[in-house]
Every structure is written in C-alpha cells, then in structure tokens.
Design a binder for this molecule. Sequence first.
Ligand SMILES: [Zn+2]
Length: 171
Amino acid sequence: MSQITTPRELKAAFPYMFARPIDPWAFSFARGWFPIIVRACNAIDALVRDDKYQHRFHWVQTKEKFGTLRLYWHARGMKGARVDLVTPTDVRSAVPVPEGKGRDGLVATQIWRIVRAAEEESAHTCIVCGAAGILRRGEWFLTLCDEHAQKRRAKDLEIWFCSEHPDGGPS
Ligand SMILES: [Zn+2]
C-alpha cells in the first residue's frame, strides 16, 4: 500500500470507515497524530475486510479532547459508553470493553484494543509534529513536544489539516 499522508487519501483508502459522520465536523485530523490514525485504520481494516459488511465498522468521530486523541467508533458487537474524569493535573478515561458475543464480539474487542493503543500513543506524541510529547496544561490540555510547547506561548501552532474544512481540506 502506498503511503497515506493526507485525510483525503485516508478516506479514499477506507471509504467505509468514514461514510457515517455524526456531523460535517466529525472528523478532524491533527498533523502530529495523523500517522497514529493511519496505523489504526490499517490494523482495523486487516481485521474486518474479509467480512462482507466489514462488521459495519465506522468511525463516529475522530478528534482531540482533553489534549489527546479521541476515536469514537461503532461496529457490530460493540456496546458501551466512555467516561472521562478530569483532575487538576490530567484526564482519565474509562472505556469499557465491548460486551458483544461470538465472532462479532471478538472482533469488536480487538478493535477496542487497537483504538485504545492509538489513543494512549497520542498521550505521549506531539499533536503538531509527532515527536515525543507530554500532556501540558495551559488554557486547555494539549500534548506537545518541548519545541511546540514554546511556540504555544506565542500562539503559533499549526495543528490541523485545514481545520475549517469538514473534508480535511484541499491537501
Ligand atoms: Zn512538536
């Protein structure tokens, strides 16, 4: 597979994953985390592609929340809501393991692991550049490397693939 470097290429590679956004702004892609999302899509596709309906897997939302990557998804065999606990220094997120039964439940649990690993990776990956970063508290939480933590003070961060554009921009 050729290298996927833009949201447009990602959606073209896995159209079924992005076919059902909850709203026009459901999918946002931070530059530093984009490789994490691409890897997650590839891993999930390997799990579901042999199923006629791909286990009905699709992303509901991809976004940043409380400084880290949040991937909301749906698939057959998946049920459960997440809970966020915000403390003065960090955010803990509880996401129950899917409870579905049989083959669908097994696939959903594997997807759940891939998604959790991606979200956890984002917690130590700079949202701007993808270098090693830590969760930093400013006006809001953001995971940043040292360099971009400096630039944040100058409000000079280019985080998003064309954030205003619901399609991920013209890139
Ligand atoms: Zn950085």
